[in-house]
Design a protein around this ligand. Structure first.
Ligand code: NAD
Length: 355
């Protein structure tokens, strides 16, 4: 089905309110998820709602929890998300860093114990909107690993996202926001739900043989998702694990730590004011000139033009705002099931999506 962002946000927000969230938190989480769909990342969109509702019911996601600054050394902050909605405590932690950068020029923050932070680009875009550069190393724990190290076939890590955004003074920011696995796990889920294959080179089966069948991640005997970019992508994933998961006293995916059906993100975030470095004028000039230079590249065969990171998401958003967001049947059925499990009835659901 195809649905516009506004009614979809209304429905998802109401599901979270019915599950016990405040209207403001529910709206923030729903807007974040729908924005991920708009930006083309269905893996991190409203399809996450059933997992969030399941975790609220299991008391793994603490509705109403706030980000708590537990260690403050000026430019170094440790912030605990207390297993609240990642979208809420992640934004609150980012706000704390943005405020602090005004006096310190740079902030390194360990943001730990957040329920799923969703699309990490959201926090980088929040910094960029304040004119700040940010780098985010994130690990994903609380459940069994899914990603094999380069050269291995056993699962040892998860999809550990890496994100970096650079603001531009009169244009949208450059935003690199990516899983360090060959594809985001959610994209494997979307392919599995839709009965599609995943691109070659992303998965191995239980014997370590390459496969395009997403079922190896969901049906026994299990295979594994590989890292992107061979040893280099694997190396970046390891750094997400170690910086995101160890620096601020958090936990990594190693087996001493607890695993259930939890979705926990720990994020190491470095936020920088360009003015505190070489000054804004030079920075703005160089960023603009370099982006123009990249855009002026002659397209290779099979490409329409050269883009900088962040542009595909903005193009997707413009298209989906106009045409609506496509939702596959399995995802839609799962969303309705989650809605009913919170107590919403079909009449209420219909009224929300038709309003
Ligand atoms: P992707 O592969 O679609 O895109 C990765 C990056 O490449 C983006 O910055 C995009 O703008 C850029 N890009 C894509 N095509 C391009 C082109 N033609 N030219 C220039 N740049 C281009 O993203 P992904 O790896 O599938 O990640 C999807 C989302 O999943 C991200 O938002 C990430 O934060 C999120 N994620 C979250 C978690 C979590 O635990 N919270 C875990 C993994 C991934």
């Amino acid at each position: 089905m195809q649905i516009h962002a506004a009614p979809l946000t209304k429905l998802v927000s109401e599901i979270f309110v019915t599950a016990g969230a405040s209207p403001a938190d529910a709206q923030e989480v729903a807007s974040h998820l729908v924005e991920a769909n708009l930006k083309g990342h269905d893996s991190h969109g409203i399809g996450m709602t059933p997992a969030y509702i399941g975790n609220i019911k299991a008391d793994l996601l603490k509705v109403g929890a706030q980000a708590n600054l537990i260690k403050d050394s000026g430019a170094v902050m440790v912030i605990d998300g207390q297993f609240g909605f990642g979208q809420v405590v992640g934004r609150q932690a980012t706000d704390m860093a943005i405020e602090r950068v005004k006096t310190t020029g740079v902030v390194c923050a360990g943001v730990r114990n957040c329920h799923h932070l969703g699309r990490i680009g959201t926090y980088a875009e929040h910094c960029a909107a304040a004119g700040l550069v940010s780098i985010h190393f994130v690990n994903v724990v609380g459940h069994a690993p899914q990603v094999s190290p380069y050269g291995g076939r056993d699962r040892r890590m998860t999809t550990n996202p890496f994100t970096c955004a650079v603001p531009r003074h009169d244009a949208p920011p450059v935003v690199l926001d990516m899983a360090t696995s060959a594809v985001a796990l959610g994209k494997v889920r979307v392919a599995y739900n839709a009965g599609n294959e995943v691109p070659a080179g992303a998965l191995v089966d239980h014997e370590g043989t390459p496969t395009t069948n997403p079922a190896v991640m969901y049906e026994e005997p299990f295979g594994a998702l590989g890292p992107f970019g061979q040893h280099k992508g694997y190396g970046l994933a390891v750094m997400c694990e170690l910086l995101g998961g160890a620096l601020a006293g958090e936990w990594t995916a190693q087996p001493e730590n607890h695993r259930s059906h939890h979705i926990v993100n720990h994020m190491f975030m470095c936020v920088m004011d360009p003015e505190a470095f070489g000054g804004l004028d030079k920075f703005n000039h160089e960023v603009d000139a370099m982006v123009d230079y990249l855009h002026s590249t002659t397209p290779a065969k099979g490409f329409d033009k050269v883009r900088v990171p962040g542009e595909p998401e903005r193009e997707s958003k413009a298209l989906r705002e106009a045409e609506g967001i496509p939702i596959d049947d399995t995802t839609w059925t799962g969303l309705l099931k989650a809605a009913r499990s919170t107590g919403l009835n079909d009449e209420q659901i219909d009224a929300l999506i038709k309003a």
